[in-house]
Design a protein. Structure first.
Length: 177
């Protein structure tokens, strides 16, 4: 199964990218693609820009990358309770190619944050919105106090949180796609 994993952030030190890659690596038999959103350069979305220049190549590559996979693991950075602006912009462009961006794909939605709420607001927003964009949300997971509960080599260090992530991953069908 080909699994796309990314942190919905353009930070070079993204804790959410770390979390997404870790989680995807726990999926039995998965061939994981580590996606870095910084490789997709697109202008700020507007209908005027689309009419003048069409869909940017970066948005097409992002969309095509999604569709080349069987499942996705996405971990959201929370910026003022919502998606990071760079992700939202890229996602808006991709939706102009096909509103059903995910094409029925099974998706795990995660969020990690330095604070105790673990990105709860952005995770709730994604859980509500992604099914309307063609995602089959199979599970969600929030990692609060990321720096206290995550180690780059060992992954999630809190046993209860690690168990919850494994339970979330178990909801993803092993034969997705």
């Amino acid at each position: 199964m080909k699994v796309l994993a990314f942190g919905a952030s353009t930070s070079s030190q993204s804790i959410n990218r770390q979390l997404a890659i870790h989680a995807a690596g726990l999926i039995p038999g998965a061939e994981v693609t580590d996606l870095d959103l910084r490789q997709f350069d697109v202008p700020i979305f507007s209908v005027d820009a689309e009419e003048a220049d069409g869909i940017p190549a970066g948005a097409r590559r992002f969309f095509d990358t999604i569709r080349a996979h069987d499942a996705a693991v996405i971990s959201f950075a929370e910026h003022n309770g919502s998606y990071a602006a760079a992700f939202k912009n890229l996602y808006d462009w991709a939706s102009r190619i096909d509103q059903q961006v995910w094409g029925g794909m099974p998706v795990l939605l995660l969020a990690g944050a330095a604070g105790g709420r673990g990105g709860a607001s952005v995770l709730a927003a994604a859980e509500a919105a992604f099914p309307h964009m063609g995602a089959e949300v199979k599970g969600t997971f929030s990692l609060p106090s990321f720096h206290d509960h995550f180690d780059a080599e060992r992954g999630i260090t809190d046993a209860d949180l690690a168990d919850r992530l494994r339970e979330t991953i178990a909801a993803l069908p092993s034969n997705a796609g």
